[in-house]
Write a protein that binds this ligand. Structure first.
Ligand SMILES: [Fe+2]
Length: 415
């Protein structure tokens, strides 16, 4: 069966953001499904089926956060799980404004909040601090990781500049609203997998101690003669990621059988220009590059993707797809690019292992792929998050931070 995809995606949605040049028409784009948050919140069965399909096929989808005049939806009588897409969109706009102030701070001020030396990944990461490949190529972004448990008051406050400290209530509200979305998505996947009700919810409690965080990313325009990746190919290592951006640049490697939406105007004057796709600056072959498709930002929508933990729990029934970030195509290459990400991860003590004993669907998949007797490499979530997040800041640990041991998690073959 062909993967769930929407080849007519752009016939139905507006993709232009105020004050930004339109997304280039000259590049191939990903035919991701658009899922309605409102329908999911109301228990719409066919929307849940679309979510299930796309999480197995590609593990990436758009979530339409707009909920019209309906107001928040109470999904299970628990106030903190209330679904309010409109509030998230409003808070997202305020956090995008905040990013301009955060990144306008002097570099010497920002680096005071880099806590890598203490083994802590919350705080500031400066340009080039992460390694993208085995050759030691450096990233081209700066970002701030803001801890969920910190802003909710569950743990000691992390050191942060005033510009962030003053916005703790905004972060707390954004985290609470966004966590409710990830809880709903995981609840649907939990039930579709046939797991004991509440299994994923118990491992991802709002106040549970975990590596959950908001990441605020800034990528300045790259020099016209040196435009390339700002973040190399990777999979996310947590459970569910919620992303907002306005400027293009995110690409996913399409799974087998999923074809990109072709460029609608190859002569668009805002053509892609000279972008070097490979991390060492050499040209990638046309065949290699044809596997990649841009994820076009859509107003009112988040891009959601699953991370390695969901693939690990489901033994590959659910897909954690490879993606990367490149200099924005066309006229957007000259824009400042900001992204707002919320990462959920299993709580620190949760063991990352497959749930074959708890789910017939997962066990069937293990049998089908000849892995029912395979000995697993089991980490706790804390071990895994530390290894993956800090490992990329040092060449000696890079090769352990996501390479071969996790290759089996990246396949996500559909049952
Ligand atoms: Fe990512």
């Amino acid at each position: 069966m062909a993967p769930a995809a929407d080849k007519d995606l752009f016939d139905h949605v507006e993709t232009t953001f105020p004050s930004l040049p339109p997304f280039s028409k000259a590049v191939p784009t990903a035919p991701l499904l658009r899922i309605s948050l409102q329908k999911l919140a109301n228990g719409d069965q066919s929307e849940e089926a679309r979510l299930w399909d796309t999480c197995r096929d590609v593990g990436f989808f758009y979530l339409d956060m707009r909920m019209g005049d309906s107001g928040p939806v109470d999904v299970d009588g628990v106030k903190e799980n209330e679904i309010d897409g409109n509030a998230i969109l409003d808070e997202k706009d305020r956090l995008f404004e905040l990013m301009k102030d955060m990144y306008a701070l002097p570099a010497e001020e920002k680096v005071k909040y880099d806590r890598t030396a203490e083994g802590i990944y919350f705080g500031y990461k400066s340009f080039g601090r992460n390694i993208l490949d085995k050759k030691g190529t450096r990233d081209r972004n700066e970002y701030w990781n803001v801890s969920k448990n910190d802003v909710l008051g569950d743990s000691e406050p992390q050191p942060n500049p005033d510009v962030i400290k003053e916005k703790r209530p905004l972060f707390a509200s954004y985290v609470t609203h966004t966590h409710a979305i990830t809880t709903l998505i995981m609840r649907i996947l939990n039930d579709k997998l046939g797991l004991q009700p509440g299994t994923f919810a118990e491992w991802h409690r709002l106040h549970g101690p975990s590596g959950d965080q908001v990441r605020l990313i800034h990528v300045p325009p790259q020099p016209p003669d040196d435009r390339t990746l700002s973040n190399g190919e990777h999979t996310d290592f947590g459970s569910v990621t919620v992303l907002f951006n306005k400027v293009g640049g995110l690409q996913i490697r399409l799974p087998p059988g999923m074809n990109p939406i072709p460029p609608s105007d190859v002569d668009d004057p805002s053509t892609i220009g000279k972008v070097k796709y490979s991390q060492d600056g050499s040209e990638m072959t046309a065949e290699e590059d044809s596997e990649w498709a841009y994820v076009v930002p859509i107003p009112g929508h988040a891009v959601i993707n699953l991370g390695d933990a969901m693939t690990k729990f489901s033994a590959g029934v659910l897909r954690s797809n490879i993606h990367r970030v490149i200099s924005p195509p066309g006229a957007q290459a000259d824009c400042e690019r900001y992204s707002l990400v919320y990462f959920t991860r299993p709580e620190y003590d949760v063991k990352l292992r497959h749930l074959g004993a708890e789910s017939e669907i997962i066990m069937e998949h293990l049998k089908k792929t000849g892995r029912e007797n395979e000995v697993e490499e089991v980490y706790t979530s804390r071990e895994w998050v530390n290894k993956m997040s800090l490992g990329r800041r040092d060449m000696t640990t890079w090769s352990h931070s996501g390479g071969k041991k996790m290759d089996n998690l990246r396949q996500g073959v559909k049952t």
